[in-house]
Design a protein around this ligand. Structure first.
Ligand code: MG
Length: 421
């Protein structure tokens, strides 16, 4: 069966009453024309390896229209010229491509269609990589669960990171899977947060918070953008007070994000143009749970290398993932700040990315809004993070650099160090 519930290998006898009534091999009489004989839906289904049921669905969806529909009986007939398109539909379905996108691809000429298929598959691979990491994490956690029940996850035992490949930072993005096997002392965070209006905006719509367990950065937009980002960060801040176990961390973050979305809708008063990004990390004592929606970023400095943990929810990032833009083109794209996902005052609900991240002593994390990373090059950010003596110093220096670079946008950042107590 294909994903739309239709059989991909239909036959002339697979339940098409239309087929039986029309007769499998009966060709319509077409006097006075040299056109090739039309195929009944059954014959066309057999030749294309699409079921008659699928052909009727594709007709209704305007994906593959029959050449002729009998006005009296409603019987569909197809020309042999339509077979290549039908066979392409079969192959695209086997690729898992949604019908709406197949309709777009089949309307293109060969080269453009090839580009669409390539871009679609690049996207699938990006998404599969994230799911693969989640699967690896679950396998690891379940394997650690002894016959006595859950809860063997302990300090130094977490073994998963889910770094996305980074397309813009010139850093090493090797996936780290780590199990030291050696005991170490309890871990905790040192942290700092800073925001600044920058030099061009009249209002600071960025909000940032750092506490013993939660780090959060939000970049508001619209007329009540400052209220939206503050409401989101305040909601996440509540997690600094609740008891946390490693198994709960993502559920807690997801629930808090739902409440944050409600808070944003509350301050927006139904205005869809109001909203905020939200990137936050929740510390369990050994792991960092990450929630992310929008184009603020989480970065990690580990062993001197800077890597990005989040992926921007922007149309430009999608184009980048699909290989349609280079990193350089994306950096100067006129619509680079347009968001495809955010917590908004109205409209559709967007799901955040949620993942767990292994923490190691010596890690330094940075959450920041686009007001920092679009004006301060990744290598400069890396240098500051690698050289600053404390999170406070790093946050202050990053704000200073963004202002020095013109400060065209608000700047928000939170920095945390993982250290052994
Ligand atoms: Mg911004």
């Amino acid at each position: 069966m294909t994903a739309d519930g239709t059989a991909a290998h239909g036959t002339a006898a697979d339940g098409s009453g239309e087929e039986r009534a029309a007769g499998a091999n009966r060709q319509p009489e077409r006097e006075g024309t040299c056109s090739p004989p039309l195929l009944t839906i059954g014959a066309f289904a057999k030749a294309s390896r699409l079921s008659a049921k699928a052909l009727r669905l594709y007709d209704e969806l305007d994906l593959l229209r029959p050449a002729e529909v009998d006005p009296l009986t409603g019987y569909r007939r197809y020309t042999p010229d339509q077979l290549p398109k039908a066979r392409l539909v079969v192959w695209l379905r086997r690729l898992g491509m949604p019908l709406a996108r197949i309709r777009e691809v089949t309307a293109l000429d060969g080269r453009a269609a090839a580009e669409e298929v390539r871009a679609y598959w690049a996207r699938v691979e990006t998404e599969t990589a994230a799911r693969r990491d989640l699967a690896a994490f679950l396998v690891d956690q379940l394997a650690r669960r002894g016959p006595e029940g859950p809860g063997t996850e302990g300090i130094g035992d977490t073994t998963m990171t889910t770094e996305h490949p980074d397309h813009t930072d010139d850093t090493d993005h090797t996936e780290h899977t780590h199990d030291t096997g050696t005991p170490r002392g309890p871990l905790s965070l040192r942290y700092a947060a800073a925001t600044d209006a920058g030099l061009a905006r009249p209002v600071n719509q960025d909000a940032a918070y750092a506490g013993s367990r939660i780090l959060a950065v939000a970049d508001g937009f619209g007329t009540a953008g400052a209220e939206a980002s503050s409401a989101a960060v305040e909601t996440l801040r509540g997690l600094d007070e609740v008891p946390i176990t490693p198994g709960d961390v993502l559920n807690l973050l997801e629930d808090a994000t739902v409440r944050a979305a409600e808070a944003v809708r509350g301050v927006a008063g139904g205005d869809e143009s109001v909203g905020t990004t939200l990137t936050a990390m929740l510390w369990t004592g050994s792991q960092l749970g990450l929630v992310h929606i929008g184009d603020s970023r989480a970065l990690l400095l580990r062993d001197g290398a800077l890597s990005r943990i989040t992926q921007d929810h922007t149309p430009v990032q999608t184009l980048l993932d699909e290989g349609r833009l280079t990193a350089q083109e994306a950096a100067s794209h006129p619509q680079r700040s347009l968001l495809s996902r955010a917590l908004t005052g109205g409209g559709p609900h967007h799901s955040p990315d949620l993942r767990l991240h292994e923490a190691r002593p010596g890690d330094r994390y940075l959450l920041c809004s686009d007001g920092l990373y679009t004006v301060v090059p990744a290598e400069e950010i890396r240098t500051v993070l690698a050289g600053a003596a404390s999170p406070d110093e790093a946050a202050a220096e990053l704000v200073r650099l963004a202002r020095e670079a013109g400060g065209p946008d608000n700047i928000g950042c939170a920095v945390a160090d993982v250290h052994e107590e």
